[in-house]
Design a protein around this ligand. Structure first.
Ligand code: SAH
Length: 471
């Protein structure tokens, strides 16, 4: 295959998260945003060390299980990868991806344990497949939209980045993974600033006003928090917008509206100053019978009902930690966010210690523990890598829920050095998990149970939960 040339072929499989593998002329190309079974044409856009990357041009034959996408933005929008697959097929695809990524770890474990036989049979005993999300549409409790233009010098847009584009924004007025309230709020804000002729912040020139719109809506309580993120390069009276938003007919209820000012050049939502325009700067969500106060920047699983399945699985995997009813065991919840997992385990533990780098989330975790009447939780703000050195207590069990990059190698070593009997590792990126498992297995841990849990229907993401025990 040559760069710049157009080829045709069948998509053999999709690798995590959305890489189509196409075999053609005895070579293999990776083409994003395809489906297994599709016949596609693609142009080779890169070729390095014999590996070709292609850009999808056209779907020549549909995949056998392909359906019409329910979302009109699907072809353009960079948010979802699998709107055109029935949910059962999405699950099968993610299950295969996780299994495939963890296969080397299973092989390593089998070899270390000196087990003979078929690798596939061995995996079948430990890998439990995938659990689906209880809701597959309108499931998100948080969405971060970007301002930009639909195309160069086109109209103001508010929505998601276009597939494969750094600049263009797709105004996702009909997005299917958020509910109607989000769509109403998005439409209202976009219409308002279009009328105002407000500018958006240009990512290269670093000029302009509008940056992001963050909307969070609790699935259980219906409370909504809205944050408009702008630079300080223009002055706009946002009070009329607040009036428009608060008079929208919504299914939920607006708890607060914030204006966050951010003049940094990085394309992330952060705050130099936040002004409260309406209501309060937090909202409440409920999960597995506990109540959580959530603020603008606190991490909280983005699919509340799906998170219940995830956390239940983690709790089940960890098993009985009550020490025959004595409740004297210490659990570390590392990368604890707003302390959800710590609080779920607290009723059966002696003590739970959560470690989290974002201070705002740690404060929220403390408030939440109090709110839920839990007195045996402690939350420490800081980097796991450093905090571990300062904690005097030793854990009996550890729960790990790191961000996408996985665990820092030095932090992982310190975690292993505790030598606890059981670790539950929750991972939002199976490629990182596969890397960390290699180290854990090499140093004496074995995978006892593994399952994928789908928190993000229609997208390429998937969570994996793994129970590790000390041999
Ligand atoms: N367990 C929580 C959060 C998981 S997300 C939940 O389920 O809700 C991962 C969390 O790790 C985020 O809150 C992130 O802020 C935090 N984090 C990222 N790097 C970290 C580090 N080096 N040390 C501690 N926390 C970190």
């Amino acid at each position: 295959m040559k760069k710049g040339q157009v080829y045709e072929g069948y998509v053999e499989r999709m690798d995590f998260p959305n890489k189509g593998i196409v075999r053609c002329e005895e070579e293999v190309a990776v083409v994003k945003n395809a489906l297994p079974g599709q016949k596609i044409s693609f142009m080779v856009s890169k070729k390095r060390k014999g590996k070709a990357e292609g850009r999808l041009l056209e779907v020549l034959e549909k995949a056998p299980c392909e359906i019409e996408s329910a979302c009109p933005h699907f072809e353009e929008c960079g948010g979802c990868s699998y709107q055109n697959l029935p949910y059962e097929e999405q699950l099968a695809l993610k299950k295969t991806q996780v299994r495939r990524l963890l296969t080397p770890a299973f092989a390593q474990q089998m070899e270390l344990e000196g087990i003979e036989g078929e690798l596939d049979n061995y995996i079948d005993k430990i890998f439990e497949g995938i659990k689906g999300s209880p809701v597959q549409k309108e499931y998100r409790n948080k969405m971060e939209f970007s301002f930009g233009d639909e195309y160069k010098d086109g109209p103001l847009a508010l929505g998601m980045h276009k597939r494969g584009s750094f600049y263009d924004i797709v105004p996702v007025r009909e997005c299917q993974i958020i509910d109607a309230d989000y769509r109403r709020i998005l439409g209202c804000v976009l219409d308002y600033f279009t009328e105002q002729n407000a500018t958006f912040f240009h990512r290269i020139r670093h000029e302009g006003y509008l940056r992001h719109l963050l909307v969070r809506k609790a699935q259980r309580t219906g409370e909504i928090l809205i944050a408009l993120i702008t630079t300080t390069q223009e002055e706009h009276d946002v009070q009329p917008l607040v009036d428009k938003l608060t008079s929208l007919e919504l299914d939920g209820k607006i708890a607060g509206i914030l204006h966050t000012k951010n003049d940094s050049v990085a394309d992330v939502v952060q705050s130099d100053e936040t002004v409260l325009l309406y209501g309060q700067d937090y909202f409440y969500e409920e999960l597995l019978g506990l109540k959580f106060k959530i603020s603008q920047f606190s991490f909280f699983q983005t699919n509340t009902l799906g998170a219940e399945v995830l956390y239940e699985t983690a709790r089940e995997y960890l098993g009985d930690i009550s020490g025959e009813g004595k409740k004297d065991k210490t659990v570390f919840d590392l990368y604890s966010g707003t302390g959800t997992i710590a609080q779920l385990l607290a009723p059966v533990a002696g003590r739970v210690i959560g470690v989290e780098i974002i201070e705002e989330a740690v404060e929220a975790a403390k408030v939440n523990a109090k709110l839920n009447g839990l007195t045996n939780c402690e939350f420490i703000a800081g980097d796991v890598l450093k905090v571990i050195d300062d904690i005097k207590e030793k854990p009996d069990f550890i729960v790990l829920d790191p961000p996408r990059d996985g665990i820092h190698p030095k932090a992982l070593q310190k975690i292993i050095d505790y030598g606890v009997d059981r670790i539950v590792y929750i991972s939002c990126k199976p490629t990182s998990l596969a890397r960390d498992l290699e180290v854990l297995i090499e140093q004496g841990y074995r995978m006892e149970r593994v399952t994928a849990v789908d928190q993000f229907p229609c997208t390429g993401h998937v969570e994996t939960v793994c129970l590790l025990s000390k041999k």
